[in-house]
Design a protein around this ligand. Sequence first.
Ligand code: SAH
Ligand code: SF4
Ligand code: F3S
Length: 441
Amino acid sequence: MEDEENRMKVYIETYGCQMNLADTEIVLGIMNKSGYSPTPTIDDADVILLNTCSVREHAEEKIHQRLGVIKKQMSDKPDLVVGVLGCMAERLRSSLIDRHKVDIVVGPDEYRKLPELLEGALAGSQGIGVRLSRTETYDDIAPFRTEGVSAWISVMRGCDKFCTFCIVPFTRGRERSRTLASVVSEVEQLVVQGFREVTLLGQNVNSYGDGGNDFADLLSAVARVDSRLRVRFTTSHPQDLSDKLIETIATYDNLCKYIHLPVQSGSDHILEAMNRTYTRGHYLALVDRIKSQIPGVALSTDIIAGFPTETEEDHRETLSLMEEVGYDGAYMFKYSPREGTPAFRLGDDVPEEVKTRRLNEIISLQQKISYEVNQSMVGKTCEVMVDGPSRKSDLQLSGRTDTNKTVVFPTGTLKQGDVVRVNINRVSSATLFGDPVYKLD
Ligand code: SAH
Ligand code: SF4
Ligand code: F3S
């Protein structure tokens, strides 16, 4: 065994979506095997990596600033290696080396090259790996997971949808899936290690495919591994969400009754300009089928305010769609033009103050809807899996329902991963509060 003290230490900050969180665990898995140990302390690090996101301008600005701060603070450590991973590495490539004097730049499909590139960087040379792959899924890499009860598993990579606003197909490349057998065996190991919840990840999980197996087949295979394991997944593109998938979610008790189903806009004209490939009518019909076949299902969404050419009427259609669906929650964004995407050529014709006002209207409407949905839970009892102490107080625990709502309740003898029934007595638009009734198993 190598002496732990002598191993090089790597510190990673992760930005962006859950796929990036899962990728960081893959990166740590690769680096751990080549003799590096993860450290949570930036000052102890021999290697500092930022796993980055390009989805909106603001996400990138944050990283540029962060790199400036890190380079300045670490200027007395000439041997330190600083690297950029993820979507910004893929998009901005060598310009990151020019601008920030970082040592390595590695895109999402080249993480296997990290040990080699780091070796070079430690010897003083800069390195870059940004080729996209049609086949890389890191199927054989054991992710280095921090302890806990909840695990991420990427089941597919890339995206072929090419929504006109979106940079992801360019930073993540083409869709490809892991094998069903490897995902199932990873889930089996996670159960043995004590994990109680898995989230299957992909930019568009519904287009998962392995031979004759589609995403519904994968979900049922994972659900059957252990009936006490909670199984979640994200994200579903509305076009590919099949009736078979709805039926599968309804069939297994341990498949969580929560679907993140980004709509982006309520206007047909905007949906078409976004190349979302469904209409408002199709989307609402899909929501009806989901609600009627999965009683008590929770739905969340993503919405973009101020896409090019969006009129007041388009905006009002988004607001009315939100009311019609009655989402449990939403992630809401101002449109941000991304160079290289088809929408970039449309210009950015909705003035900033109009975008801001529309976004604020969308946010306050969603808060009102979420509060109403949560209010209907008062007096009811729900099953909650304990995540840990609540953010605000050690005397309170925080957990999540099957439908992914956060519940805060007094600490008893419960620990992370326990499942408890909680009587809800008070709510806000974001959180349910209550008292535990009794502990299950
Ligand atoms: N694959 C997922 C989403 C990935 S990006 C899906 O298809 O739903 C997450 C969200 O960021 C998107 O759903 C969209 O709402 C938002 N987004 C993506 N590109 C954007 C842009 N250029 N400006 C503003 N929001 C954007
Ligand atoms: Fe982007 Fe659309 Fe793919 Fe989602 S489905 S990652 S929004 S291109
Ligand atoms: Fe961002 Fe890349 Fe995810 S652009 S949202 S980190 S796929």
